[in-house]
Design a protein around this ligand. Structure first.
Ligand code: FES
Length: 143
């Protein structure tokens, strides 16, 4: 069954996601609200695609110095556990160096082109809940 982006908020409004709603002081601005799209023929293959740099460089600052792989794995597992992964929904991917090494660890969300730096699993939860699901940029984490 192909899900439309409009299905996603309903699919993830379990108790965990409602808990996250209560912690939502940092999100602002709605980007590409899926509810405004009406023609499924125009839908991208994924509603949103997030790329995590997990590059490692010897003797130079890099995202892997800050736990990028572990937090990428966490994001991937959370998106899957919440039923958000797949066609018409969300994709979590790995990237090499995205050339913002000193701001790392970094991730970028497309098609919005919004960049984040994150430190904790709570940051990842916030990005998933606010941006990937609802299209609201998490300004606190934006770079
Ligand atoms: S190592 Fe991550 S942006 Fe360069």
């Amino acid at each position: 069954m192909r899900h439309t982006p409009a299905d996603i908020p309903n699919a993830v409004m379990g108790s965990e996601m409602r808990d996250l709603d209560a912690e939502n002081p940092g999100a602002t601005g709605i980007i590409g609200c899926p509810a405004t799209r009406s023609n499924s023929e125009e839908m991208p293959y994924y509603q949103r695609h997030i790329f995590f740099c997990i590059n490692e460089r010897e003797h130079r600052i890099c995202c892997q110095d800050h736990g990028a792989s572990e937090l990428r794995d966490y994001a991937k597992a959370r998106v899957k556990a919440l039923g958000l992964a797949g066609q018409g929904k969300i994709r979590v991917n790995t990237a090499g160096c995205l050339d913002r090494c000193s701001e790392g660890p970094v991730a970028v969300v497309y098609p919005d082109g919004v960049w984040y730096s994150y430190e904790t699993r709570a940051d990842i939860d916030k990005i998933i809940k606010e941006h990937l699901v609802h299209g609201r940029v998490v300004e606190r984490l934006r770079i």
